[in-house]
Design a binder for this molecule. Structure first.
Ligand code: UDP
Ligand code: MG
Length: 151
């Protein structure tokens, strides 16, 4: 058991479909504490850094377009970035978020409830959440300054 912080991004499909409130409602009922929240303009550089571990994947270029809102007409590439904190928050939030593929995600989860796969084969899975402690530390630092975390 450890107190952890984890990064969440409300993805552009959720923004476009006005799911932000529903997703935050789920997070608020998770028992974890919101300690960071801001709208960020996702530059090409930030997107590539965030997903750098996936750069050799065949879906990488579409993933960069997706996270920058280019498939969903999001003004100024904006995204809502959040940090939640609590005991075992990384795995706890991942459980709430569900599997990467929204068709495989448990229907109780955020991705299972609201995600879909487009006819073009693109995963629209609503939310990003850090996968493990190393990713969480890196991602929180990448998206937030220390003084933007209000514990
Ligand atoms: N992704 C995709 N197709 C795949 C695998 C991943 O489009 O076959 C996208 C999807 O948006 C996913 C993101 O790439 O959320 C990051 O992939 P990762 O394996 O890290 O999944 P996550 O940690 O988001 O569950
Ligand atoms: Mg991941």
């Amino acid at each position: 058991m450890a107190i952890e912080k984890t990064l969440l991004l409300i993805k552009p499909d959720a923004y476009r479909r006005r799911l932000t409130g529903l997703v935050i409602d789920r997070l608020e009922h998770s028992g974890f504490e919101m300690v960071g929240a801001k709208l960020v303009c996702v530059s090409e550089e930030l997107a590539r850094k965030h997903y750098e571990a996936l750069k050799d994947q065949p879906f990488f270029e579409n993933l960069i377009k997706y996270i920058r809102g280019e498939f969903h007409n999001v003004p100024n590439n904006k995204i809502l970035a959040l940090v939640y904190k609590g005991e075992d928050a990384i795995s706890g939030i991942r459980k709430l978020v569900g599997k990467t593929n929204p068709e495989e995600a448990d229907p109780e989860t955020i991705r299972g409830s609201f995600g879909r796969i487009t006819t073009a084969g693109q995963f629209e899975n609503v939310i990003h959440a850090s996968g493990n402690r190393e990713d969480a530390e890196r991602e929180v630092r990448l998206w937030f300054n220390d003084d933007e975390i209000i514990g």
